[in-house]
Design a protein around this ligand. Structure first.
Ligand SMILES: CC(C)(COP(=O)(O)OP(=O)(O)OC[C@H]1O[C@@H](n2cnc3c(N)ncnc32)[C@H](O)[C@@H]1OP(=O)(O)O)[C@@H](O)C(=O)NCCC(=O)NCCS
Length: 178
C-alpha cells in the first residue's frame, strides 16, 4: 500500500475503490486522456474499477500511485510510478477543473521526494507528447531534462504520437532542494 503524504494543499494517499466515480468522470475527458499513453477514451467506470483493482497492497515503490485528494473534492487526479523496461517512469494526470493552480507541480514534487528518499533510484524517466506544453513546464520546474524523442502509442487517439523523452537524475533532484 502506498503511504499517505501531506503536502501544503492536499493529501497524496492510496487510491481506493470509492475513487472510481471521480476517476471515471475526470478521465472521460479527451483533454486529459489524449495526453496520456495508456488511458482509453471513452473512459468508463469499469475502466476505473479495473485499474483500482490492480492497486493491491504491497506493490513496490516503482509501481506506486497516489490519489491527489483535495479538501472537499476527493480524488482529482493521480500521480505515480510504473516500472518500464528502461527504469522507473513518472506519470500523472489532473482533472481539468483544477488545472493551472500549481497542483501537479506540488503533487509530482512530493511523489518524487518520496521515491528518492524511500529507494536508491538514481534516475526517474518521464516525458510528454510533443504538444503538451503544460506538462513539459511541470517537468522543467521539477528539474527534468530532455534526453531525446521517441514515438509512443496514445491509446485514446489510437495512433503513435511523437514523444519528448525526459529524465530526472538523483543529482538534479538533490540540486533542486538546495
Ligand atoms: C499537465 C497537467 C498535469 C498540469 O497540471 P497543473 O496542476 O495545471 O500544472 P501546474 O499548475 O503545476 O503547472 C503548469 C505550468 O504550465 C504552464 N502552462 C499551462 N498551460 C500552458 C501552455 N499552454 N503553454 C505554456 N505553459 C503552460 C502554467 O503556467 C504552469 O507554469 P508556471 O507555474 O510557470 O506558471 C494537467 O494539465 C493535466 O493533467 N493534463 C492532462 C493530462 C496530462 O497531460 N498528463 C501529463 C502527461 S505527460
Amino acid at each position: 500500500m502506498s503511504p499517505t503524504l501531506e503536502t501544503a494543499h492536499f493529501l497524496l494517499r492510496p487510491p481506493v475503490m470509492d475513487d472510481a466515480g471521480n476517476i471515471a468522470t475526470y478521465l472521460n475527458d479527451f483533454a486529459v486522456s489524449g495526453n496520456l499513453a495508456r488511458v482509453p477514451f471513452p473512459y468508463r467506470r469499469i475502466d476505473a474499477e479495473a485499474w483500482l483493482k490492480t492497486r493491491r497492497p504491497g506493490l513496490p515503490p516503482a509501481e506506486t500511485n497516489f490519489a491527489i485528494d483535495l479538501p472537499g473534492e476527493g480524488c482529482v487526479g493521480v500521480v505515480g510510478f510504473h516500472q518500464g523496461v528502461n527504469g522507473t517512469i513518472l506519470g500523472y494526470w489532473l482533472a481539468r477543473p483544477f488545472w493551472g493552480r500549481g497542483i501537479m507541480t506540488e503533487a509530482a514534487g512530493a511523489a518524487l521526494d518520496w521515491l528518492f528518499e524511500a529507494t536508491d533510484t538514481q534516475t526517474v524517466l518521464s516525458g510528454v507528447f510533443h504538444f503538451n506544453t503544460a506538462s513539459m513546464k511541470v517537468q522543467e520546474k521539477l528539474g527534468f531534462t530532455v534526453t531525446g524523442r521517441s514515438s509512443l502509442l496514445c491509446l485514446a487517439r489510437g495512433v503513435e504520437v511523437e514523444h519528448i523523452d525526459t529524465q530526472l537524475t538523483r543529482g538534479a533532484w538533490k540540486a533542486g532542494k538546495r
